[in-house]
Design a protein around this ligand. Structure first.
Ligand code: PRX
Length: 661
C-alpha cells in the first residue's frame, strides 16, 4: 500500500446542495424512486434482507430455470442465484423480440468521419441484433468456439463490437475485451493469461481522423505468444493489412455463411460471463472475473434506477465510454440493453472534427440520458461554452459522471451549461471489480452536492472504516469498504486466488476493501478521497504505477524508475516519472520523447508520462523503499511535508526540489 495518510480531516468544504429539479418528474414521465423517504426505507429493507430484495429484482429477468438460493456467502466466495439457468444475450436481445419490440432500436451507432452528407449512422433494432448476433455466434461455433472458451475482442467502437460481445454471451464463451488503445505487448499478456485462442478485431479504428492499426497490433501480439489460432477481422477503415491464410478470416465472410438462428446456451448463474483486465498495484494486470446471473441482475437494476430509464418514454441513452472498459460493458451493453432502451455508440473523439461533436450528437439523436467522465467535462470547459450553446440540449433529463472524483467546478459547469440547471447529476462511484454502480444519487430523490457521490445504491452496504472495520465518525477519512456481498461483485482474479484474497479481503476482516479512501459528511454522503494503493486514475482510466515503471526500465537507458500521479488540469491525474539513467545516456529532451514513445509502445498511449525527470538517485527509506509520498509532492510542485525521518539521504530530495534537480 502507498504511504498515503488516511486519517486526514476533510479539506474540501462544499455547502451547495441541489434538490432534484421540480420539473424532473414531468419531463421524465415519472420516476422509479421518487423521494428520499422511499429511498431510505428501501435501502434499510434491502440491507436487512438482501436476499428478499435481490430475489425480487431477479424475478424481472428471464431464467430458463429458477435459482435454488438467492445467495450463498462464504467470505470471500459468493454464489448468487445458485442453481438458476440464464443467458445474458437472451435477456438483452431475444426477450425484447419476444415481447413485440423487434422493430425498436437497440443500438444507434455513429461513425467518426463526417462526409458531405454528414456522419455515417446505423440503427440496429432488437430484431436486427438477434439475427446479427446469431450469425456471429454460429460463425464462432463453426471455428470450434464453445462454452467456456475465452474469446479476446480488440476492436474499435463499431456495432460489430457489441454484436461480438453478445455472440460470445449467447454461446457461453466468456469474452475478454481489450481496449483498442492498448499495445501489442498488452494484448499478448492478456491473451496468454486468458488462454484465448480466438481474437476478434478490426482492420483499423478511426480516432481523430487517423487510423489506429488494430490488426497490425494483433499480428505483432500473436508473434509474442503462441496460442492464438484464429483471428476474425471486421473491415472498417480499409487500411492495408495482411491476412494470413488459414488463421485470419474476414468477419463478412464468416457471418455471410452463417445461419441467423442460434439458440441461447442455458448457462449456470455462476458461469463466467466475461473477463476484464484492470490494473492493480503490481506490474501484472489482473483478469477480473464476472459471472452471469448476479451481474445481470445488478446492472439491470442500476441502469433502471440510477438513470431512471423507462421503456416507452422515448428515452435515448448515451454513455460515451469505450466498451473496452467496465463502464461500456455494464452501461452501454448489458444493463441498458436489458432495459430495452436505445443505446448510442459513438466511434470517435469528442472534438472531431470540431469541439461541438458531442453536443451535435445529443441534438441530432435527441439524447435524454448522458453519461460521461469528469476528464471529458474538464476538456469541454476548456474548449468553451460556445460549443454546447450552439445546440439544442433540451431533450436531456439525467446527466451522469463516472471514473474519478469530479471537482466541484466541473460539476457546476456540467449542471449549468449542459443541464441548464434542469437535469440531476448522478456521480456514480464503482469499479471494474464491483461490476455496477455502488454509491450514487437517484435522480428524482437524492439532493446532490458537487463532488460527492452521495449515498449507497439499494442493497449496497458501503461504509468508511478504520483498519479494524470500525466505522469512522463524520468527516474523518478511512477505508472505503462494502460489508455485504452484492450480486455483480467480482468472483475472483483469473488464475490467481491468493491475489484475490490478498487484494480485496485481507485488509479489513470479512469486508470487501475497494482500494479507495473516503469520508462521509454529516449527511452521511460519501466523498471519495482517492486510491490508497499504487494505482493512479488518469482521465478515468486505471493504471498501475508499477506497470509504467516496468515499461520504463525495460528501456536500456533507465536503471530505476518511480512513477507517481500529479495534478493535471484535464486528466485529473497525470503521470510523473522519475528516472535514474545508465551512464551511457544523456538526460536530454530527446531521451524524454524516446521514453514516452517507448511506454506507449509497451502499454498504450494512455500510459505516456506527462512529465519525466532525470535524477541521480530516488528518495528512499533506509530499508530501500522509494518514498513516493515525497515524489508526489515534488511532482505537484509542493514543498514536501510530513515525516521524513526514515529518509536515507535528504540531499536527494533537496536536489529534486531545487530547479536544476
Ligand atoms: O478510485 C475510484 C475511481 O475509479 C476507480 C475504479 O476504476 P475502474 O475500475 O477503472 O472503474 C472506473 C469506472 C467504474 C475507483 O476505485 N472512481 C470511479 N468512479 C468514481 C471514482 N472516484 C470518485 N468518484 C467516482 N464517481
Amino acid at each position: 500500500m502507498a504511504d498515503s495518510d488516511i486519517n486526514i480531516k476533510s479539506v474540501l468544504q462544499e455547502d451547495r446542495i441541489f434538490d432534484p429539479p421540480a420539473e424532473f418528474m414531468n419531463r421524465s414521465g415519472g420516476a422509479w424512486i421518487e423521494t428520499m423517504e422511499q429511498y431510505s426505507t428501501l435501502h434499510a429493507q434491502s440491507i436487512a434482507d438482501p436476499e428478499h430484495f435481490w430475489g425480487a429484482v431477479a424475478e424481472e429477468l428471464h431464467w430458463f430455470k429458477r435459482w435454488d438460493t438467492v445467495l450463498e456467502w462464504d467470505c470471500p466466495d459468493a454464489r448468487w442465484f445458485a442453481g438458476g439457468r440464464i443467458n445474458a444475450c437472451y435477456n438483452c436481445v431475444d426477450r425484447h423480440v419476444e415481447n413485440g419490440f423487434e422493430d425498436q432500436p437497440a443500438i444507434i451507432w455513429e461513425g467518426e468521419p463526417v462526409g458531405d452528407k454528414g456522419p455515417e449512422t446505423r440503427t440496429l433494432t432488437y430484431g436486427d441484433m438477434q439475427r446479427e448476433v446469431s450469425r456471429c455466434a454460429n460463425g464462432l461455433k463453426a471455428m470450434g468456439v464453445g462454452r467456456g472458451d475465452i474469446v479476446t475482442i480488440y476492436m474499435g467502437m463499431v456495432p460489430e463490437l457489441t454484436i461480438a460481445v453478445l455472440a460470445c454471451a449467447r454461446i457461453g464463451a466468456p469474452h475478454s475485451v481489450i481496449f483498442g488503445g492498448f499495445s501489442a505487448q498488452s494484448i499478448a499478456d492478456r491473451v496468454t493469461d486468458a488462454g484465448s485462442k480466438v481474437i476478434i478485431t478490426c482492420d483499423g479504428a478511426w480516432r481523430r481522423g487517423s487510423v489506429v492499426p488494430l490488426k497490425a497490433n494483433v499480428d505483432e501480439a500473436i508473434g509474442l505468444t503462441d496460442i492464438v489460432e484464429r483471428v476474425v477481422v471486421v473491415q472498417r477503415c480499409e487500411n492495408a493489412i495482411t491476412m494470413l491464410a488459414g488463421r485470419d478470416h474476414w468477419w463478412h465472410d464468416v457471418v455471410e455463411e452463417a445461419s441467423d438462428e442460434c439458440p441461447c446456451e442455458e448457462m449456470d448463474s455462476e458461469d463466467m460471463l466475461f473477463l476484464l483486465y484492470t490494473s492493480g498495484s503490481t506490474g501484472k494486470p489482473k483478469g477480473i472475473v464476472h459471472t452471469t446471473g448476479g451481474y445481470l441482475v445488478h446492472t439491470f437494476l442500476t441502469s433502471r434506477y440510477t438513470f431512471n430509464l423507462r421503456h416507452h418514454e422515448d428515452h435515448v441513452y448515451w454513455c460515451t465510454a469505450d466498451v473496452g472498459w467496465i463502464t461500456g460493458h455494464s452501461y452501454i451493453i448489458y444493463g441498458v440493453m436489458q432495459n430495452g432502451i436505445p443505446s448510442i455508440m459513438y466511434e470517435g473523439a469528442p472534438n472531431y472534427p470540431a469541439p461541438n461533436r458531442f453536443w451535435d450528437i445529443v441534438e441530432r439523436h435527441k439524447v435524454t440520458h448522458f453519461y460521461t467522465a469528469p476528464t471529458a467535462i474538464r476538456a469541454f470547459m476548456k474548449w468553451g461554452e460556445s460549443h454546447p450553446r450552439q445546440h439544442d440540449l433540451s431533450t436531456l433529463q439525467v446527466l451522469g459522471t463516472v471514473g474519478e472524483p469530479i471537482n466541484p467546478e466541473a460539476w457546476m459547469w456540467y449542471h449549468r451549461v449542459i443541464g441548464h440547471e434542469q437535469c440531476p447529476i448522478v456521480d456514480t462511484w464503482w469499479q471494474t471489480e464491483t461490476g455496477g454502480h455502488m454509491i450514487t444519487p437517484l435522480p428524482a430523490a437524492t439532493p446532490t452536492v458537487p463532488g460527492s457521490c452521495t449515498l449507497p445504491f439499494l442493497g449496497i452496504d458501503a461504509a468508511v472504516v478504520d483498519e479494524h472495520g470500525v466505522e469512522q465518525p463524520a468527516n474523518t477519512g478511512g477505508l472505503l469498504v462494502v460489508r455485504k456481498p452484492w450480486p455483480s461483485m467480482l468472483r475472483g482474479i483469473h488464475g490467481d486466488r491468493q491475489r484475490y484474497i490478498d487484494t480485496y479481503f485481507s485488509r479489513v476482516d470479512g469486508m470487501y476493501f475497494a482500494g479507495d479512501s473516503a469520508r462521509r459528511d454529516e449527511r452521511g454522503y460519501f466523498w471519495i478521497m482517492g486510491r490508497m494503493d499504487d494505482v493512479i486514475n488518469v482521465s478515468g482510466h486505471r493504471l498501475g504505477t508499477m506497470e509504467v515503471e516496468s515499461a520504463l526500465v525495460s528501456h536500456d537507458a533507465v536503471v530505476e524508475a518511480a512513477v507517481v500521479g500529479m495534478p493535471h488540469e484535464i486528466k485529473g491525474t497525470g503521470i510523473a516519472a522519475f528516472c535514474t539513467l545508465s551512464t551511457d545516456w544523456k538526460p536530454d529532451d530527446e531521451l524524454i520523447e524516446t521514453l514516452r514513445a517507448h511506454v506507449a509502445s509497451e502499454i498504450g498511449a494512455i500510459a505516456k508520462p506527462d512529465m519525466i525527470r532525470f535524477t541521480d538517485a530516488l528518495p528512499k527509506t533506509r530499508s530501500g523503499k522509494i518514498m513516493r509520498r515525497l515524489l508526489r509532492d515534488v511532482a505537484a510542485g509542493r514543498e514536501a511535508v510530513g515525516d521524513m525521518t526514515t529518509l536515507e539521504d535528504f540531499s536527494v530530495l533537496a536536489k529534486l526540489q531545487s530547479d536544476e534537480g
